[in-house]
Ligand binder design. Structure first.
Ligand code: 5GP
Length: 148
């Protein structure tokens, strides 16, 4: 599959956006949904998706991207406040050859902690959903404080 294939309405993130599959929600508004990655590369690994149906960054409208990146920044600050990491990786993959595995545009926010091991992309273990829910609540609370 090349970078510019058709959008699959049944990809897992489309199902989550429709509410057909569960997620540990961090943030939602008219433009984006953010939730915890089920296979986190480190504690606090959060995904942000535009609600717009697009496979990746280069086939997505500029206005959608502009709204999304503002939310990526806000949610990154929420992750920072909630987890106090030493660094934050913010990343995004376009196409299978680049490492993309779910073909609905999304941004990763991955906290990095000095001295703590870091799972490679796609190599994380499935996390306990209760732990993810608790983490999502911590980040959501931090975001509310930013917005207040
Ligand atoms: P990509 O490889 O496309 O950049 O990222 C897809 C991400 O989605 C991966 O980090 C993977 O762990 C995560 N993921 C895959 N399936 C699910 C799921 O069902 N729920 C959640 N919350 N994350 C998922």
């Amino acid at each position: 599959m090349n970078i510019r294939g058709a959008y699959d309405q049944n990809n897992i993130f489309a199902q989550i956006l429709r509410g057909d599959m569960p997620c540990c929600k961090v943030y939602e508004d008219d433009h984006v949904l953010a939730f915890m990655d089920l296979f986190p590369q480190s504690p606090g690994h959060t995904l942000i998706l535009p609600k717009n149906a697009g496979r990746n960054l280069i086939d997505t409208d500029d206005k959608v991207l502009a709204q999304a990146i503002i939310r990526v920044k806000k949610i990154a600050i929420g992750v920072e406040k909630a987890f106090d990491p030493d660094g934050l990786i913010i990343t995004q993959f376009n196409g299978e050859a680049a490492g993309q595995t779910v073909f609905h545009l999304h941004f990763h926010i991955i906290p990095r902690f000095k001295e703590q091991p870091f799972d490679r992309h796609g190599k994380g273990n499935p996390a306990d959903r209760e732990v993810l829910h608790a983490q999502a609540e911590r980040i959501a609370e931090a975001i509310k404080q930013i917005e207040a």
